[in-house]
Write a protein that binds this ligand. Sequence first.
Ligand code: 5GP
Ligand code: ZN
Length: 166
Amino acid sequence: MAAKRGASSSVAVRGVAKQLKRFAEGEAPLPSERFSATVRMTLQRAPHGSDELADDCIFCKIVNKELPADLVFEDDELIAFNDISPQAPVHVLVVPKAHIPTVNDLDEDHAGLVGRMVLRAQALAEARGIDEDGYRLILNCNAGGGQTVFHIHLHLLGGRQLRMLG
Ligand code: 5GP
Ligand code: ZN
């Protein structure tokens, strides 16, 4: 367990380092709010034995049962709950328990996790009876992508006709 937390933590740190390197090499613009959010969530961790948790992360608090949520699924790796401000009749967030700030912090090691997030959303869509009509899965990344909670989460939206994107 401790090893898992350490791994998750170093993955987040690697993500920040990768962003810094790309920025330093002039390969990527680095909007200040994106950088500060990632650094903030990476560096601010609960002090004792829970280094994957960011102190002020709402979703870590939900994972940790410090904040209530309308849970629809939980296992060792993932938690899913209804969005507090639903944008459709079905609006569920599928969230890894590990604190990973943004999609930019993902790497090859997370491929299985991300796959299981999608498969969990698929199963929840079926359970809610929206699989045949259809649904949308969304991962917002950073402020420009509409991300407001800096702990990755997959939105499952459905139960009404969704507008075309763009
Ligand atoms: P984002 O904009 O980061 O992609 O999505 C964050 C989502 O989290 C939003 O849809 C927002 O309504 C939801 N949210 C924010 N705070 C809470 C909370 O405390 N509880 C729940 N259930 N959802 C939340
Ligand atoms: Zn978190």
